[in-house]
Design a protein around this ligand. Structure first.
Ligand SMILES: [Zn+2]
Length: 239
């Protein structure tokens, strides 16, 4: 193939790769962010039982503390009972102790009920923890693939940009200008393969005489429809 055309094909490859890379640079962090969001939502949901369990545990602790306080109060009340002088005061204190005992009884029943509920939840929490552990490992693995992809973007961009600079320096400036102009008007693609008389840029048919000429000439020919610089490429061979 003609040297000039090969240079244009190479610079087109650089430009196409650079476009892809800059799209990745935007798309991949967004993809990572969405993966994180989805995982956080999943995690919050699967941790519902754990939060419920923690709330019950806190309540259990509070009830235990209340029982202890009541017990302390009752010990003191019973001590004071021995020092009481008149019957009226004595009856009042007995009533006080009786009320405290009833409250303690209620609290103890509550504690038993709480513990039963906690036991049931604990089984679910353990199961959820296992599920979450597996899901976390899977999530991290999937995220790492995207992160690795993203971290390769910068290095790849540098290498394609360097290659492009090298080509820019050897492509005649008028040809480069022509390529840039066509590329700008055609969504970043200035050079395009043609096979079976069809332009792979605009997918229009090339007139037969032009297609014949394309396979023989040393001139750079443009697609009559999209104006991109054409080159003949046997796509059955390259595939
Ligand atoms: Zn075309």
């Amino acid at each position: 193939m003609k040297e000039k055309l090969l240079l244009l094909i190479s610079i087109q490859e650089c430009d196409s790769q650079l476009v892809k890379l800059s799209a990745k640079k935007i798309k991949l962090p967004e993809k990572i962010r969405k993966m994180e969001e989805a995982f956080q939502a999943y995690k919050e949901n699967i941790e519902l039982n754990k939060r419920k369990y923690d709330a019950l545990k806190a309540k259990h602790g509070e009830s235990e503390a209340q029982v202890k306080k009541l017990n302390d109060g009752m010990i003191k009340a019973k001590e004071r009972l021995l020092e009481v002088k008149n019957n009226k005061e004595y009856q009042a204190m007995l009533k006080e102790i009786e009320t405290a005992e009833k409250t303690r009884g209620d609290l103890e029943s509550q504690i038993i009920a709480l513990m039963e509920e906690m036991d049931k939840l604990f089984i679910l929490v353990k199961k959820d923890e296992e599920t979450l552990q597996q899901a976390t490992a899977k999530h991290e693995e999937e995220k790492k693939i995207v992160e690795d992809d993203l971290s390769a973007v910068d290095a790849d961009t540098v290498s394609w940009a360097e290659k492009r600079v090298g080509l820019q320096n050897i492509i005649p400036s008028d040809l480069l200008a022509r390529y840039e102009k066509i590329k700008k008007r055609n969504q970043g693609v200035g050079v395009i393969p043609v096979w079976k008389a069809v332009c792979s840029g605009c997918h229009m048919n090339i007139p037969a005489h032009l297609y014949n000429e394309l396979q023989r000439t040393n001139d750079l020919l443009s697609c009559p429809n999209c104006n991109r610089i054409m080159y003949f490429q046997n796509q059955e061979k390259s595939a």
